[in-house]
Design a protein around this ligand. Structure first.
Ligand code: DQQ
Length: 573
């Protein structure tokens, strides 16, 4: 069957069965019962990535239980072994020595017992004293209740911890009468208080209030619900995949193990909002004596709060890398494609490039940067210095593989004098970016990159900045405009945006983009604002793709320095 015929047949199956099968059970993902075991006939290589983590075929979602153990990184992830939509969920497992090249090992946890027969959902790893890893994960039991289970390695001498066993004392935590058993999932990494007891948090909701339910245990087997939540926030809905961890103050980049408390240490609490499918975090303080997390007053505690990423980045999780003394963040990058297209491709979903994360010197937000190891894939290099960008004439950057590249550019604005006034009612950066898309000319900006572009710029994805003048200082807006990313009509081309909390005294702003066929991961202002996008160009693809730098603002902008590399393919089997 040709690929067009295949896509047509899939659309027919999809349309005829869609209304009958979706949302049959309450779950955090759309359920397509008729499609979840529809094995791909062929796997399309089109739009598959070169250095982002993805398995050879099928659906993936949340990163699970990432950990560093005896010199090996472990990445588990939610995986459907039978098809390219969500369903039949198990924990697939890959191992690595450098976070970039990965080898698969056998699935670690899959439905097999009463307490997880309907799904092995997300969870986290904890390394217990004596160097003993244990995973806590959510099982969907035979009555479709969400319960929490433990799994331990069968053989600690196996460097890859290939086999995991589920002790007979499972489930370790059941939802009590006050907990909605359909909204009780995704245990965090556990931590030990000064009293020697373990603590773990489970995501939940009470009505519309998102809640982080705290449990305590002396032995990691018997768990008791604490008197109060670790934290909650009204009108935020179900909290999936909560994560709590300490960060060093004073702009120090060294990571801290879970859950250090002390002078100069702050804490981050992140949740993934099921209702809006976005991750937000607050900066605050966790106290051992009260067992509560309290966000700083200025840290907004709802979906308008701080974001790791303003684009496609969900169900994220961090871990402490004891080898390199850093905290590393992973996030799931879902497709923007239609379900029939995903099925025709035979795959859906990626993991982000692991990002190092630390607290900004201003202690108001986090900073993220791709782990250094990704630089081992850098190949042919292009450099450019002090190049003035003429308004409206995009400058092509030649000499690299524009479909698989790492681009790091710094822009210098000649003068901020004429910056447009910032309207204080512009509180939502995504809406502002949608109104002021790449084609809307401004004074300072839009300027930035056009990536995965066709030669004649009929197709491209634009990542760019605009600078405005507010009462006190300047406001920098970063946008990712997908509206021209593909000739395909049905895909989601939402524009994304975030403000960048940087000081513009030196009139410079940086942008780094990791471009990888159908994903563009961008870090603005040295990693203060990140936007990830999934795009599917159709015209000049693969080695025909192009890269441009542009300025469409009336004020002169210069590329003060640009370094870009072709990226080699990572070894990901
Ligand atoms: N995905 C898992 C759940 C989690 C959700 C199921 C978040 O455990 O809440 O695949 O994407």
């Amino acid at each position: 069957m040709g690929s067009l015929d295949l896509r047509f047949s899939i659309w027919v199956i999809f349309l005829c069965c869609f209304s009958l099968s979706r949302d049959v059970v309450e779950a955090s993902h759309e359920v397509f019962l008729n499609l979840q075991s529809f094995q791909p006939i062929t796997v399309s290589q089109n739009h598959r990535t070169g250095f982002h983590f993805q398995p050879p075929k099928n659906w993936i979602n949340d990163p699970n239980g990432p950990m560093y153990y005896n010199g090996i990184y472990h990445l588990f992830y939610q995986y459907n072994p039978k098809g390219a939509v969500w369903g039949n969920i198990e924990w697939a497992h890959s191992v690595s020595t450098d976070l970039i090249n990965w080898s698969p090992v056998e699935p670690a946890i899959y439905p097999s017992e009463k307490f997880d027969i309907n799904g092995c959902w997300s969870g986290s790893a904890t390394i217990l004293p004596g160097n003993k890893p244990v995973i806590l994960y959510t099982g969907v039991d035979q009555s479709n209740r969400q319960v929490q289970n433990a799994a331990i390695p069968k053989n600690l001498a196996d460097p890859y911890l290939k086999e995991w066993i589920k002790p007979s004392y499972n489930p370790v935590i059941l939802p009590d009468k006050d907990i909605n058993a359909s909204s009780f999932r995704d245990p965090t990494t556990a931590w030990q208080g000064p009293d020697g007891q373990w603590r773990v948090v489970i995501g939940s909701k009470t009505g519309k209030e998102g809640t982080a339910i705290l449990y305590k245990s002396k032995d990691f087997i018997h768990w008791e619900k604490a008197q109060h939540y670790l934290h909650s926030s009204k009108e935020t809905g179900m909290w999936e995949c909560p994560d709590i961890y300490p960060v060093s103050g004073g702009g120090r980049r060294d990571g801290l193990d879970t859950l250090v408390v002390g002078k100069g240490v702050k804490h981050v609490f992140k949740v993934s909002l099921d209702d809006t499918k976005l991750d937000y975090y607050t900066i605050g303080q966790y106290q051992h004596d009260t067992d509560q997390y309290v966000p700083d007053r200025e840290s907004v505690d709802n979906k308008a709060g701080l974001r790791y990423d303003h684009g496609k980045f969900y169900a994220s999780k961090t871990f402490y890398d004891a080898g390199k003394k850093r905290r590393v963040l992973w996030g799931w990058m879902n497709e923007s494609d239609t379900v029939p297209n995903d099925i025709a491709k035979g795959w859906a979903g990626l993991q982000s490039i692991p990002r190092m994360v630390w607290l900004d010197k201003n202690e108001r937000q986090l900073v993220q940067w791709p782990v250094d190891e990704v630089e081992s894939l850098r190949d042919r290099k292009v450099k450019l210095f002090n190049k003035v960008l003429v308004k409206g004439e995009p400058l092509q950057i030649k000499g690299l593989t524009a479909e698989q590249a790492d681009v790091d550019v710094e822009f210098e604005i000649e003068s901020l004098e004429k910056a447009e006034a910032f309207d204080p009612s512009w509180t939502d950066p995504q809406i502002l970016c949608s109104h002021k898309g790449v084609e809307v000319e401004g004074v300072i900006g839009p300027f930035g990159l056009k990536v995965l572009a066709s030669k004649g710029l009929e197709e491209y994805t634009a990542i760019f900045f605009r600078v405005f003048k507010a009462k006190q200082d300047h406001v920098v807006l970063m946008c990712s405009d997908q509206s021209r990313s593909s000739k395909e009509l049905d895909i989601d081309k939402t524009t994304y945006g975030g403000f960048v909390d940087v000081n513009m005294v030196d009139r410079r702003i940086s942008l780094r983009s990791l471009i990888d066929h159908s994903v563009v991961e961008s870090f603005g202002g040295g990693g203060r604002t990140c936007i990830t996008t999934r795009v599917y160009p159709t015209m000049d693809v693969e080695d025909q793709a192009n890269l441009y730098v542009f300025n469409k603002g009336s004020e002169t902008v210069k590329i003060s320095k640009l370094k870009a590399w072709s990226m080699k393919k990572a070894e990901i089997a």
